[in-house]
Design a protein around this ligand. Structure first.
Ligand code: GRG
Length: 297
């Protein structure tokens, strides 16, 4: 219990650090760009869980790396994530009205601003990594390659294409698993690999981190699919039954609720197994893995 309380405090403190740094990275401005920057800040600074950047900071620390040097890359990941959420909610994609407990960006600003705000966050993320002076040129190269790989056709963009192409269709479980791997696990693997790169860890540890991200992301996405049908819009902060209404392929729709829960538990157990093999203090990362499986929002 004491361990859990300490881990929770550590996570709360890191979330605050990330929120403060994000605010500094996208300052308010006047003039012609004001409305665009206001739109970016509306989406980026909205109360998200900040799971991915928190994971980067925790794993950097566990591996003995410089957490201050990891802060900007961690925020870059949150920018990519926010960019994908903005675009995911657009009328041409899921056409959702609620995100992080607030109206979606295109409901508050013109749709064109939402497109550009997402575009801006996507490119600005790369600039933020490049400008981190505490990192070597080799580390920045590795971080940017990782970022491109997990954002591109074998990452969230690739996963989104499977998602859109599957609407209203029956797909098999292996296809759904590839979609989840690309749409969701990709950024979890990126978050963990980022920590490994900042801490200059071994290629063997990077492989473990990639695999840990895969398993955490799969468990996270299956629980997300389950919560979509079991929770209310109020607790979720986004529309409940959105997958059902958009005829999306999900774990419970392709299997059933019990099988979905069993698979989520199997991915979670595998994640815990991998965590034990990674050097350093595991309390906070184990706490996150447990939270992922037990979460209600
Ligand atoms: C512009 C990079 C970019 C991609 C375009 C739209 C798109 C392609 C991809 C969508 C990917 C997507 C929305 C995946 C879902 C991932 C997921 C489970 C999101 C919810 O994550 P949480 O619960 O959200 O961590 P918060 O709000 O807490 O940050």
């Amino acid at each position: 219990m004491t361990t859990n309380i300490t881990a929770k405090q550590d996570i709360v403190q890191k979330r605050e650090q990330i929120d403060n740094h994000l605010t500094t990275l996208v300052p308010e401005c006047d003039g012609h760009k004001k409305d665009l920057i206001d739109a970016v800040r509306y989406a980026l600074l909205a109360p998200g869980k900040r799971l991915r950047p928190i994971i980067t900071l925790l794993i950097t620390e566990a591996l003995g790396g410089d957490v201050n040097a990891a802060l900007s890359p961690a925020c870059a990941l949150e920018m990519i994530h926010a960019s994908s959420l903005i675009h995911d909610d657009l009328p041409c994609m899921d056409d959702d009205d609620l995100r992080r407990g607030r109206p979606t960006l295109h409901k508050v600003f013109p749709e064109s601003y939402a497109v550009l705000a997402g575009d801006y966050l996507l490119v600005y993320a790369f600039e933020v990594v490049l400008k981190e002076n505490r990192l070597s040129a080799e580390q920045k190269n590795q971080l940017l390659l990782t970022l491109s790989k997990y954002t591109g056709v074998q990452g969230i963009i690739g996963g989104q294409i499977i998602d859109l192409a599957s609407e209203g269709k029956t797909i098999d479980l292996p296809t759904l698993q590839i979609m989840h791997k690309e749409k969701t696990s990709a950024l979890f693997s990126a978050a963990l690999e980022f920590g490994g790169i900042v801490a200059n860890t071994s290629p063997k540890n990077i492989e473990l981190l990639t695999d840990l991200g895969y398993n955490l992301g799969m468990a996270f996405q299956i629980i997300d699919d389950i919560l979509d049908i079991t929770e209310t819009s109020e607790t979720l902060g986004k529309p409940a039954n959105s997958d059902l209404n958009n005829a999306k392929a999900t774990y419970p729709s392709i299997t059933n609720l019990d099988t979905a829960k069993q698979h989520a538990k199997a991915y979670h157990d595998k994640a815990l197994e991998i965590i034990e093999k990674i050097p350093g203090d595991h309390d906070a990362i184990t706490y996150i893995a447990d939270h992922i499986i037990a979460r209600h929002c």
